[in-house]
Design a protein around this ligand. Structure first.
Ligand code: ZN
Length: 215
């Protein structure tokens, strides 16, 4: 059982690596966005509360995030991997509080290092289907430009993936998230891998780092 925080800028492949770790080793992918969406799908009281907040594009407050996160972490019997959390000092404090309560600890902080230019190239080439939501990009181009392979829907670029927004997200990452590396180093093993190659190669490097734990 191993608990991991995946660390890296937007577009560094955290979500994909987390999903592969889940598929291959059963390490539960814990993403606050997914956890919130599940509450909404299941129609829980919490879901009813957050639905209008998410729909309006606002951020859900940290108390609610802490609640779903604690639930997600407690349910992870075979370890968990956090991707995209914590993003800033306040969220790092929330995580610390939850772990103190559940008696767990983070075994590895794994950083995916990807140059800005590559991030911008990756994210700005991303297109989403307006009908079924499928995401296309450099690794998965649609057969016909601007048209979804699956359903024939029209592809569009999310505002999040426009170059000026990507630059803003990268700046925010450097200002608020990257400094957490120093914070984690005090108590946790922090390892970095090159996130620029093809995802299979990055995943192999991640597996090696995980296998080296406890050695
Ligand atoms: Zn589609």
């Amino acid at each position: 059982m191993v608990n991991i925080v995946l660390f890296g800028p937007p577009g560094s492949g955290k979500g994909t690596i987390a999903r592969k770790l889940w598929e291959k080793f059963g390490i539960k992918q814990v993403s606050t966005g997914d956890l919130l969406r599940r509450e909404i799908l299941e129609g829980t009281p919490l879901g009813k509360k957050v639905e209008p907040i998410l729909a309006s594009g606002k951020l859900v407050d940290n108390k609610i995030v802490a609640r779903v996160l604690e639930k997600g972490i407690r349910g992870a019997k075979n370890g968990f991997v956090l991707d995209g959390f914590p993003r800033n000092g306040e969220q790092a404090g929330i995580l610390e509080g939850i772990l103190a309560k559940t008696g767990q600890k983070i075994d590895l902080v794994l950083e995916l290092v990807v140059p800005d230019g590559k991030i911008i190239e990756r994210l700005s080439s991303r297109r989403q289907c307006s009908k079924c939501g499928r995401v296309y990009g450099l690794h998965l181009p649609p057969k016909k430009e601007g048209v979804c392979d699956e359903c024939g829907g029209k592809l569009f670029q999310r505002d999040d993936d426009k170059p000026y927004v990507i630059k803003k997200r990268l700046a925010l990452y450097k200002e608020e998230t990257l400094p957490l590396k120093t914070y984690f180093r005090k108590s946790t093993r922090v390892e970095s891998i090159d996130g620029a190659p093809a995802i299979e190669e990055v995943f192999l490097a991640a597996e090696k780092k995980i296998a080296s734990l406890g050695k």
